[in-house]
Design a protein around this ligand. Structure first.
Ligand SMILES: Nc1nc2c(ncn2[C@@H]2O[C@H](COP(=O)(O)OP(=O)(O)O)[C@@H](O)[C@H]2O)c(=O)[nH]1
Ligand SMILES: Nc1ncnc2c1ncn2[C@@H]1O[C@H](COP(=O)(O)OP(=O)(O)O)[C@@H](O)[C@H]1O
Length: 224
């Protein structure tokens, strides 16, 4: 299901963050992650590859890398994905290179992936992954959002609704849960999580040297 991941990522004196958003389809994770990135342009969105056809308005290379099944499976064989999974009868995967480059460059990365992808990333990089699950206020509103989004046929909307309960069943594998009722409030909570997670001690390995200097056990002065 998933490819081998690299170990913990150190970014100079700051340790990278992998912010993973999952939800049942239509709960708002794409809109929330795009707005979070608009507010924090230093964040990088991991653009997934998929074999599903593009929806109206979706741009290749921005929303997804749209691929044939043959091309996708060839990339799987090459070990080109961080993780990949089958969702709604289509393949979805996280291309490895752009994510590794962003993390090595010291940038935090946002992932819009399902519970299988979230689990794979968390298993391989437990200290770096922050998992956030987005819940809709009700299944009635979820269906309304999917219908209003106006990008899927009735049949596809039904398929997404049929899968909603099984996606929601994984809610307790996540570090945070946000109820996306009022959009601004949900975005505010997401920003608060990002900012607090960036402050965690483990993400600042430079602190060890700083504290040694502070307590007289290291060099006189430690420049962060
Ligand atoms: N594991 C995994 N899941 C993905 C990836 N990209 C997208 N998904 C998930 O696939 C599901 C379907 O995505 P999509 O067809 O765009 O519908 P959406 O849920 O309305 O955004 C969602 O749960 C996405 O989070 C990926 O690279 N890996
Ligand atoms: N809090 C909200 N209130 C009302 N509509 C919302 C809210 N959040 C998202 N939406 C709308 O719901 C639809 C589905 O959101 P989207 O981000 O595409 O969901 P997902 O990526 O989880 O499938 C979009 O049309 C979006 O504008």
């Amino acid at each position: 299901m998933s490819e081998a991941l690299t170990g913990p990522v150190f970014r100079g004196r700051r340790r990278g963050l992998m912010l993973v958003l999952s939800s049942p389809s239509g709960a708002g994770k794409t809109t929330l992650s795009k707005r979070l990135i608009a507010l924090n342009p230093d964040l990088v969105l991991s653009v997934s590859a998929t074999t599903r056809p593009p929806r109206p308005g979706e741009v290749d290379g921005e929303d997804y890398y749209f691929m044939s099944e043959d091309a996708f499976l060839a990339k799987v064989d090459e070990g080109g994905f961080y993780e990949w999974a089958k969702v709604f009868d289509h393949y979805y995967g996280t291309p490895k290179t752009p994510v590794e480059e962003a993390l090595e460059d010291g940038r935090d990365v946002v992932f819009d992936i399902d519970w299988q992808g979230a689990r794979a990333l968390a298993e391989h990089s437990p200290d770096d992954v922050v998992r956030i699950f987005i819940l809709p206020p009700s299944l009635t509103l979820l269906r309304e959002r999917l219908t209003k989004r106006g990008q899927d046929t009735d049949e596809i909307v039904e398929g997404r609704m049929a899968r909603a309960r099984s996606e929601i069943a994984h809610w307790d594998e996540y570090d945070y849960v946000i109820l996306n009722d009022d959009f601004s409030r949900a975005l505010e909570k997401l920003s608060e999580i990002l900012h607090a997670e960036r402050l965690r001690r483990v993400r600042h390995p430079w602190l060890e040297g700083f504290v040694e200097a502070l307590t007289g056990e290291g060099p006189d002065r430690y420049d962060n």
